[in-house]
Write a protein that binds this ligand. Structure first.
Ligand SMILES: [Zn+2]
Length: 319
């Protein structure tokens, strides 16, 4: 389809990352470079009058890779203000997980991180959960515009031909809602059920009223979308019509195919309670599909900033 996609694009990130995955100093300096560029300002006061702390015995960088600010006198590391701040897992393992997570379309299983990094399964899960959390959508992002396809899927299987009577069946399956701009962004989320009210709320929260909306002919959509200012078109899945000109939901359906392959093939199954995190990961991949692997990895490292996964109870210093 797009020839450019198959061209090899040189990337500094991809060149640097194998070393960063095997050597802790290289990992720290790689992440520092990605986060701070050439001028690592003090995270406490913003001063650029800072220096790397050295080990007095070896003259090498301090074991904790600390920086110190001459203005405020405080110390800090590159972990501050990121999803890995509370973690003791080596940054080289984080680098590996960032790389894999940002370049694997179907996702990456914690078990694979366990084997490749030789860390415990618990640590690998911790790491992947935080990476998925970092991939969560930006709450400040606007609603979807242009031509927007809306569809829904039951994770655990959806009949190819979904007659009206088949909807809502299978209580063990989790309904997922998707709204996707043609040639643009996607938003997927777990929903409680597939009722008119739930779908209406999801559409109102994700889709601009000026957007041209396309759904299948599930009767509830007719009612929900009656006020859609950009218009509402339906494709008659109940009579096995899959496209009428550009009226189709193929983009949404193919986006679901990737989720299904990932959930069934890589993760084997995902609990209802955690499914939303996996959707963040799939959405991140979709929304950054125009970037090459190096750019996507760099983007992922940047979005780990300013995000801290909060626990219900104050946790002990984690893993
Ligand atoms: Zn300072």
């Amino acid at each position: 389809m797009n020839k450019k996609r198959y061209q090899l694009t040189k990337s500094d990130v991809i060149e640097a990352i194998p070393l960063a995955c095997s050597n802790e100093l290289a990992a720290v300096e790689f992440i520092e470079g990605q986060r701070w560029g050439k001028t690592p300002g003090c995270v406490h006061c913003g001063s650029v009058d800072v220096y790397k702390m050295l080990d007095s015995n070896t003259g090498e960088r301090n074991k904790r890779f600390l920086w110190r600010c001459k203005d405020c006198g405080k110390q800090y590391t590159v972990r501050i203000g990121t999803v890995y701040e509370e973690s003791r897992i080596d940054l080289r393992h984080w680098c590996y997980a960032f790389w894999r997570a940002a370049t694997s379309k179907k996702g990456v299983a914690a078990l694979e991180i366990t084997r490749h990094c030789q860390i415990s399964y618990k640590s690998a899960l911790f790491l992947m959960n935080r990476i998925r959390f970092a991939m969560a959508p930006d709450k400040k992002a606007g609603k979807l515009t242009g031509t927007v396809e809306v569809d829904e899927l039951y994770v655990g299987g959806k009949p190819r031909y979904k007659g009206v009577s088949k909807r809502g069946r299978g209580t063990s399956k989790t309904p997922v809602f998707a709204a996707v701009e043609r040639g643009g962004k996607i938003r997927r989320r777990v929903i409680a059920n597939i009722t008119g009210e739930t779908l209406k709320q999801a559409i109102q929260e994700e889709v601009d009223t000026q957007a041209r909306l396309i759904t299948d002919d599930f009767p509830a959509y007719k009612f929900i979308c009656a006020d859609q200012q950009g218009g509402h078109h339906t494709v008659a899945h109940t009579t096995r019509e899959y496209a009428r000109g550009d009226i189709h939901t193929n983009t949404a359906e193919s986006s679901f195919a990737l989720v299904k392959r990932g959930i069934m093939g890589v993760y084997h199954n995902v609990s209802k309670n955690y499914l939303h995190r996996y959707l963040w990961q799939f959405d991140f991949m979709w929304n950054n599909r125009g970037l090459n692997d190096g750019e996507r990895t760099a983007r992922l490292i940047r979005v780990t900033e300013g995000k801290r996964l909060m626990y219900k109870a104050p946790a002990k210093r984690a893993l």
